[in-house]
Design a protein around this ligand. Structure first.
Ligand SMILES: NC(=O)c1ccc[n+]([C@@H]2O[C@H](COP(=O)([O-])OP(=O)(O)OC[C@H]3O[C@@H](n4cnc5c(N)ncnc54)[C@H](OP(=O)(O)O)[C@@H]3O)[C@@H](O)[C@H]2O)c1
Length: 501
């Protein structure tokens, strides 16, 4: 479970590496070589930390393509990296004190400038789109497997908005949701970057689509092909009595039990994301991830999380949908590069309608507009404090129960010098109490559930510490941990066998 969770958390916040094939780092040109303009940030913080700097222009190796970037789109992904939120991801992906990579941006479209000698599918002058970390720059180098040909009927701004949002929507619907023609699909957050792609792709795959958005976006979502649109300011879809085969959740604003209520018995819930820049800054979506994992084995409906995989086949699939007119990227606003801070601020509001594009036409500008040097030095919370808390809290959670167990055991031994001590029993008891409280929180039944769970586990743990085997058995079962089941079964078996002889 721990490994699974760690993997999920890591992958969630290192989406960049997967999305953009960042393993293939930009090949730096020899020093003194050509230079280019790029957006960089050296501290976590608001968009004020962004700077337009001159850096070395990359040189493609034999297996890379050099692309002159024409347009890049803004994703929530950008502010996650720029702000370094959730803080827990700083330890796992963003960099503990400072950004590991100073470059930002992922989705781009542009024109091929040069190709390595092993490149067969592209030539200079081709119009392409794809994804690469550090896309807010005049040039990127990229492996051809992360590139696709830009359809002639869409603009660079539209093509540059496809990779993250389009792939996420496609793979969420097709691979995780496994949607079939005629199935009922609900898209929560239908008017955003992912949602506007999801509505159109779901329609092209033959689904009956319900989009959820606010009143001002109802017409937009309907124009994208949604069969039904729910204005969340007037109606709560989780109370509508309707049932769906697949829910694509771009917002994460309902409890898992509410989503389950409107899912068919074998329906699939796909968590794409959710949460604004000021929500859950410490842990982000990790609580939902844990709840989803805990719930998974016990229910017939499938609860899934989503991390898109970048591959040429799917980029080409999306290009074909765009070429045929079945999918048209929705561009809300377009900003010049000099206004990138404003563009990211706009996406941070969580109110973007479709995608926000940034064009590179003014890349030769020497400074960025809309900056505030007073806040440009870093995040609102000191990075040292973040690291201290992120390391200190788990340590305290691990160590405090051990300390408490030693104290309780010491007192027990003082009062009962002739009896065997029970250090690990006390430790297990304290941990059971904590686990009971955590379980209560996850049950989403309010404060009463938390108290009841905490008390039930605490009582069981107390009797366990007093060596009552029934409490041991009960706690083992209630650990919901197959490893604990097996270990304790073997242990009890042996103890009973010893007692019998
Ligand atoms: N797992 C992955 O691989 C992956 C990939 C991409 C994105 N994501 C995550 O998925 C989430 C969505 O991404 P995005 O690019 O679509 O974000 P976005 O473009 O910023 O989403 C903005 C849209 O969300 C809508 N919205 C806000 N609150 C809503 C609510 N309560 N109910 C319904 N709609 C609501 C807004 O519509 P109104 O103004 O009408 O409220 C707006 O149109 C983000 O958290 C992002 O980090 C995850």
């Amino acid at each position: 479970m721990k490994t699974h969770l760690q993997l999920l958390i890591t992958t969630f916040f290192t989406a960049a590496l997967l999305f953009a094939g960042a393993a293939l780092a930009q090949t730096p040109s020899p020093s003194g070589g050509p230079r280019m303009k790029a957006i960089v940030y050296h501290n976590f913080g608001s968009p004020d930390v962004l700077q337009l700097e001159e850096i070395e222009k990359p040189v493609p190796n034999d297996n890379q393509v050099l692309v002159k970037v024409q347009a890049v789109s803004v994703n929530p992904f950008d502010w996650h990296f720029m702000e370094g939120v959730p803080y827990i991801a700083r330890l796992l992906a963003f960099g503990p004190l400072k950004p590991t990579s100073p470059r930002l941006g992922a989705d781009f479209a542009g024109t091929v400038e040069a190709v390595g000698k092993n490149i067969t599918q592209f030539k200079p002058g081709d119009e392409v789109f794809g994804g690469k970390i550090g896309a807010y720059a005049e040039y990127v180098v990229i492996a051809e497997k992360f590139l696709a040909t830009k359809p002639a009927n869409i603009t660079f701004e539209q093509a540059g908005s496809v990779q993250i949002a389009g792939l996420t929507a496609l793979q969420g619907l097709r691979d995780k949701g496994k949607i079939q023609p005629g199935q009922k699909v609900l898209i929560n957050g239908a008017s955003g970057g992912v949602g506007t792609f999801a509505v159109q792709i779901a329609k092209s795959l033959g689904a009956h689509v319900t989009g959820v958005c606010s009143g001002r976006n109802v017409e937009l979502v309907r124009s994208l092909g949604a069969d039904q649109v729910i204005d969340y300011t007037k109606e709560d879809f989780t109370k509508s009595g309707q049932r769906y085969d697949v829910i694509i959740d771009n917002v994460g604003n309902h409890s898992l039990s509410e989503y389950r209520r409107v899912l068919n018995p074998n329906g699939k819930y796909v968590l794409i994301g959710g949460g604004g820049v000021n929500d859950n800054r410490w842990t982000g979506p990790i609580g939902v991830v844990i709840k989803t994992l805990l719930l998974k084995p016990f229910i017939s409906q499938e609860m899934k999380m989503m991390l898109a995989d970048v591959n040429k086949e799917d980029l080409t699939f999306l290009a074909d949908l765009m070429q045929s007119g079945k999918v048209t990227p929705v561009i809300d606003k377009t900003y010049p590069l000099s206004e990138i801070r404003e563009a990211i601020r706009y996406v941070e509001t969580g109110r973007a309608r479709g995608k926000v594009a940034v064009t590179l036409k003014d890349a030769s500008q020497t400074s960025l507009a809309g900056g505030n040097s007073a806040t440009a030095s870093g995040s609102t919370i000191g990075p040292v404090l973040v690291v201290f808390v992120l390391i200190g809290v788990p340590l305290a959670v691990l160590i405090l129960p051990v300390v408490v167990a030693f104290i309780l055991n010491g007192r027990f031994r003082q009062r009962n010098p002739d009896k065997r001590g029970y250090r690990w029993g006390y430790y297990f008891s304290v941990m059971s109490f904590v686990a009971g409280l955590v379980l209560g929180v996850f049950l989403e039944c309010g404060a009463m559930a938390v108290i009841v769970c905490g008390v039930v586990y605490a009582v069981l743990a107390w009797f366990f510490a007093k060596r009552h085997r029934w409490a041991w058995v009960a706690l083992t079962i209630l650990s919901f941990n197959p490893i604990a089941w097996i270990i304790n079964l073997i242990y009890l078996w042996r103890r009973w066998a010893e007692a019998a002889t």
